[in-house]
Write a protein that binds this ligand. Sequence first.
Ligand code: RP5
Length: 162
Amino acid sequence: MSAQPIVGIIMGSNSDWPTMQAAAKVLEDFGVPFEARVVSAHRTPDLMFEYAESARARGLRAIIAGAGGAAHLPGMVAAKTTVPVLGVPVQSKALSGQDSLLSIVQMPKGIPVATFAIGEAGAANAGLFAVALLANTDAALAEKLEAFRARQTQAVLAMTLD
Ligand code: RP5
């Protein structure tokens, strides 16, 4: 996206991208300018600190952080910024994402991370949650969110069974 990003999507590895693309798609659909990049808590810790420390000054209003396994990225980013951090547990091979979920959700009091479901549904919902946060101060975006919900309701009401 060419406009100044207001949401950052970060992830521990490019292997997380197939999952995190669900968040990117939501932001794209709602016309929210975002950036997406690999930032690893363990493999690029200095970059992670720099990303978190500069986030607010760069205009980011939410950070969606996805990671799998020992998923320290969302929590450590939250430790270094007051921009809201939305954590997405990526489904790991060894423990199916239970490890990612527990790593992200069990934050100590004082440093919150909003934690979403494991995998693609969690990434999409993190995108929708970011939209909802931004819609608090953006009437046009709030209208788009209402319209999305109405379309979703209609789609479910129209469901038929064989
Ligand atoms: C984490 O380790 C990443 O978030 C990823 O989910 C997991 C595996 O990374 P790769 O070995 O695929 O790069 O840091």
